[in-house]
Design a protein around this ligand. Structure first.
Ligand code: MRU
Length: 343
């Protein structure tokens, strides 16, 4: 692993950093045991980092892919300055193929492609591409802060909440979607305890969400995924607050497998109005070895087969509220989602 010239402080809000003309990603596969950065110099390496979960979480994947396009532009211009628009194609395609469910990836790539279409063929595109990637990154943080305030205003606390997977600063450009709401509500005295599902098989809850919350001084209790319903039945849980990887036009919500979300926080870049319902959302199925082993040790019985879908769809009818930076959609349906997106 390459070390940056000046050390980057490993915090949830500095998980994606552009420095020294390279993209630095805090490697989320090894947190919290190790907090090391990977330096990326190419679109192919960026696509691999997304596929292999160095970076994960829908908005974070989008922001990373945008920086990946900067690297693709540099490579294309270096290989044939006058033909860079043709040469950038394969790099963009690698990024597009990296993961299928989080729509923020495709949203960010489409936005970068629109810029590419407008840029002159004869000039080095790197500076313009970098400005756009930084804008996507900064807008995501601002959207999360706005969602934090809007989401917190729904909470009548102090109460406990349950969250699933990791929808914090690590999963976004910074601050977090669901954890952004939790952060804002905790700061306002509206949340007194967070219960985090451990989230098998990648353990985003126990490794990442707990790490983030504790750095902020927010008390967190870990639950095995199967314990969430029992914890709810004991009372004191005002809300389930989760993020999303893609929201369909009718309000159906795809998020980490095991999500039974009653409230969702996600930027509008997560909403896919082309997906009429959750049935149109492609659900990623990953390698069975992720379930058969834990922490590098085989735990599953020899010979057992595995089905490892990593997202599920919560029907709109089970969702109390979708919080976006444009506003809150209560009891979402197709009409309300259309109105939100037409604003
Ligand atoms: O497989 P992952 O870790 O990329 O899945 C992430 C999630 O499911 C998050 O909850 C979702 O992306 C919302 S992040 C703000």
């Amino acid at each position: 692993m390459e070390a940056p010239d000046r050390k980057i402080e490993p915090t949830p809000d500095t998980a994606i950093v552009w420095r020294e003309n390279r993209l630095w990603l805090l490697d989320q596969r090894y947190l919290p045991a190790a907090a090391d950065y990977l330096a990326l110099n190419s679109a192919a390496a960026t696509a691999d980092a997304i596929r292999n979960m160095v970076v994960r979480g829908a908005p974070a994947i989008g922001v990373t892919a945008a920086y990946g396009v900067v690297l693709a532009g540099r490579e294309a211009f270096a290989s044939a300055a006058s033909k860079w628009k043709q040469r950038i194609g394969p790099g963009l395609e690698k990024l597009r193929q990296s993961r299928p469910t989080a729509v923020n990836l495709f949203w960010a790539l489409d936005r970068m492609q629109s810029l590419i279409d407008d840029l002159p063929e004869a000039e080095n595109p790197e500076a313009a591409l970098l400005r756009e990637a930084v804008a996507i990154h900064e807008e995501d943080v601002a959207a999360n802060q706005r969602m934090g305030a809007l989401g917190a205003s729904l909470i009548d606390g102090p109460t406990g909440v349950i969250t699933h997977c990791n929808a914090g600063a690590l999963a976004t450009g910074g601050y977090g979607t669901a954890l952004g709401v939790i952060r804002s509500a905790h700061a306002a005295g509206l949340i007194d305890q967070v219960f985090a599902d451990e989230t098998r098989p990648w353990l985003q809850g126990s490794r990442l969400t707990a790490w983030e919350l504790l750095q902020d001084g927010i008390p967190v209790t870990l639950l095995t995924d199967g314990a969430a319903a029992s914890r709810m039945s004991q009372g004191g849980i005002g809300w389930i607050i989760v993020g999303s990887d893609r929201i369909a036009a009718n309000g159906d919500v795809a998020n980490k497998i095991g999500t039974y979300g009653l409230a969702v926080a996600a930027p509008t870049s997560t909403i896919d109005m082309q997906a009429v319902s959750g049935k149109d959302i492609p659900i990623e199925v990953r390698d069975g070895n992720e379930v058969l082993s834990c922490g590098g040790r085989r735990i599953g019985a020899e010979g057992a087969e595995v089905w490892n879908p990593v997202f599920d769809v919560t029907p709109a009818g089970l969702v109390d509220a979708i919080v976006t930076e444009k506003g809150v959609v209560h009891s979402p349906n197709a009409k309300k989602m259309r109105e939100l997106m037409e604003e």
